[in-house]
Write a protein that binds this ligand. Structure first.
Ligand code: CA
Length: 693
């Protein structure tokens, strides 16, 4: 049922074929009894369908007419942080989330608000979030909308009114200090399923299923073993524990393996597939000193959706050492391989290899690097990477490629069965890694260590060796059968948006440099583009209302990379843009970043700069970047802050006026002395980079 839209290459008979596709999709609904299984003209679940294809059967917009696209309406999300949401469209209503997990319901005919729901996330939850106060969207099921809030609650809303029907706290006690939720829930077989993120702060990964109607917990599946002195939860955990070295007391840091993004479902096999995250801590030997594969980190795991029972796994990065999550979008499709039709899943995780895996049993079929990598040279026939030993050295800093930002991160992938191509953004963000010899635990927040307790020193400022390879961002069209790139588009920056593919043979994508673009899916020819208010990181959707095809994208620069740097000069508020052929609404004005002058005129003691550097790196750099060097993303670069702010830094650091907007309160974490030194570092760096007269 998953590939019923797999049509021959496009020909002239569009209306008849479109009717057929809609009929086939309609049948899918009847047979499966699952409303999450998409009807053709809507966008009812996160990845369009349960298979996560992000391939719409709509054909009104084509390579021939895409240049006639124009704005139908825009909608202000009243949000200044990153927007990562894929909107849903059901029965003429769009459900989309902004930062801080706020849900907006919009009438797609008018672009006007139906309702808004604010889960009132406590701002201190922002401190736990490694990667901005983002949210990737909602699930819809039988008149209910489900959102998971940054602070870990799963909330069911009435789709008509936005009134809360039920709420569950999904965080177990051990996860409270570390976990946040940024992902979209999914509904499979009447159960709402949600995981969380936060391995960087140390926790044990799990996902939980709740009854969609009542919110009652149905099951929980842990992705890594717990304390071996206690009984294993199931046979899968007993098996997984054999791949960890207990002398490292891995359960104390939790082990990691959070499921913060991808979940898909094959109703025919009755299997759901989850993408499991990196280890906690990142450093393999800090976690498991004797080595071992550390199941189920960086793996795809197949489960029974009724019970959460383990069925099979395939581990893409055994003994993860580099934050190589496998949480990127999984897509289910059928491919003809060596003359045989195979039920497969497609996956392009952070580690830079494109995987084709048999989804009936987890058997490895093929893997090929989709960007230049240096941690491995390839995969052997059994599906194990052939590693470069350099990537695990601990005696000096190493620039491991891909970096912790991933060759492909959460930015959504799409797959067109018509072209046989997968479309996804690939990138490199330079980072060197250095073994943290004195790692002592997940909250080990030492001066000079920007990510507390991951076991690697990722310092941009204190590393002896700066990374050498240049940053890049590009769109790839990848043939999973031949395992090769078919076309690409190069961009000015990493961190570009997710993709959408259509049966009209158009691929849509937004970019870090604040554009929204349509390409010919077959050869990558650019068909149309328009400026957007700020850099785009989320994925677009398409749907049909009253006989017209619309394309919508939620825009708002941010996320882990966009917090401290930017791909464009524009910083407009979060906005949903909706386009159609012949649309004539005026585009909202772009708002340029106001980059002030380098800060000066505040006295400081240069003797404080060295210690201030280490403190800044530990506490500030991941959100605010390097003063006067980075330009600031959706959070300000402090090198350009007004003298009145830097001169009164304590006012902002200790329970200051920005706490209500997500600025952490450093009371108890930093002293007044520390703040004085941080201030000296900011001012000293500004002085150092200021052009000499
Ligand atoms: Ca991670």
């Amino acid at each position: 049922m998953l590939t019923t839209v797999s049509a021959r290459p496009r020909d002239g008979a569009i209306p008849a074929r479109k009717r057929m596709q809609q009929a086939v999709f309609g049948l899918g609904c009847l047979v499966l009894g699952s409303t999450a299984f998409a009807a053709g003209g809507e966008w009812r679940s996160h990845g369009y369908d349960d298979a996560g294809t992000r391939f719409s059967p709509l054909t009104q917009i084509t390579p021939d007419n895409a240049k006639e696209l124009g704005l139908a309406w825009s909608y202000d999300l009243h949000s200044s942080r990153g927007v990562e949401a894929t909107p849903l469209v059901v029965d003429g209503v769009m459900y989309v989330t902004a930062a801080w997990s706020i849900v907006h319901a919009i009438d797609v005919r008018t672009g006007k608000k139906r309702w808004e729901y604010d889960p009132k996330v406590p701002p201190e939850a922002g401190r736990k979030a490694c990667c901005d106060a983002v949210n990737r969207g909602v699930a819809y099921h039988e008149g209910m909308v489900y959102v998971a809030s940054l602070d870990g609650r799963l909330i069911a809303l009435d789709a008509g009114t936005g009134q809360k029907r039920w709420e569950q706290d999904t965080l177990e006690a051990a996860a409270k200090d570390a976990a946040t939720i940024t992902g979209a829930p999914r509904v499979f077989k009447g159960k709402v399923i949600i995981g969380n993120g936060g391995s960087e702060l140390g926790l044990r990964g799990y996902i939980t299923a709740y009854d969609a109607k009542t919110g009652k917990q149905a099951w929980r599946f842990y992705t890594v073993p717990g304390d071996p002195s206690k009984p294993f939860e199931n046979a899968a955990m007993e098996m997984a524990a054999k791949t960890w070295d207990p002398s490292g007391k891995y359960w104390e840091a939790g082990g990691g393996g959070t499921v913060w993004n991808s979940m898909v479902y094959d109703p025919e096999l009755d299997l759901m597939y989850i993408g499991v995250g990196n280890g906690a801590p990142w450093a393999h030997l800090a976690r498991s000193p004797g080595g071992g594969d550390n199941l189920f980190l960086s793996s795809i795991v197949a489960l029974r959706p009724d019970t959460g029972e383990y069925v099979w796994h395939y581990q893409e990065t055994p003994g993860d050492n580099w934050d190589y999550t496998a949480t990127q979008d999984i897509i289910l499709t059928d491919l003809e391989l060596d003359g045989k039709k195979r039920k497969v899943l497609l996956h392009a995780p952070k580690n830079g290899f494109f995987f084709v895996v048999d989804r009936t049993n987890g058997e490895f079929i093929s893997a090929k690097n989709f960007v230049d990598v240096n941690w491995a040279t390839g995969y052997d026939k059994a599906g194990r990477p052939i590693e470069n030993p350099e990537a695990r050295r601990t005696d000096k800093p190493v620039e491991v490629i891909p970096s912790v930002f991933g060759a492909h991160n959460w930015h959504s992938m799409s797959y067109s069965p018509q072209t046989g191509l997968a479309y996804f953004p690939a990138q490199y963000v330079p980072v060197t890694l250095q073994d943290d010899k004195s790692w002592s635990g997940p909250r080990d927040n030492k001066p000079g260590q920007p990510m507390s307790g991951v076991g690697w020193n990722t310092a941009k400022l204190v590393n002896a060796e700066a990374p050498k390879a240049p940053a890049y961002g590009r769109l790839l069209a990848w043939d999973p059968v031949a395992q090769k790139e078919v076309w690409r588009q190069e961009y000015v920056s990493p961190w570009n948006g997710g993709t959408l593919a259509t049966a009209g043979n158009v691929v849509f994508q937004g970019t870090a440099d604040a554009r929204f673009i349509a390409y010919d899916a077959r050869d990558g020819k650019k068909l149309w583009d328009t400026a957007t208010g700020s850099g785009v990181i989320a994925a677009p959707i398409t749907y049909e209302v009253d006989g017209e095809q619309y394309v919508s994208v939620a825009v708002g620069w941010g996320g882990v990379y966009g917090q401290y740097t930017r791909g464009s000069d524009f910083k407009s508020p979060g906005t949903v843009y909706t386009f159609k052929l012949g649309g004539t609404a005026p585009m909202p004005e772009q708002v340029a970043y106001q980059l002030g002058n380098l800060v000066q005129g505040v006295p400081y003691d240069p003797a404080d700069v060295a210690e201030g550097t280490l403190l800044y790196v530990s506490n500030c750099v991941f959100c605010h970047g390097v003063p006067g060097v980075d330009k600031g993303g959706n959070l300000p670069n402090l090198g350009y802050s007004p003298a009145a702010v830097i001169g009164n830094l304590e006012t902002y650091v200790f329970n200051g006026p920005l706490v209500s907007r997500g600025m952490p309160d450093f009371t108890g974490k930093l002293t007044s002395d520390d703040v004085r030194k941080i201030r000296a570092f900011i001012l000293g760096t500004a002085d150092a980079v200021r052009p000499k007269q």
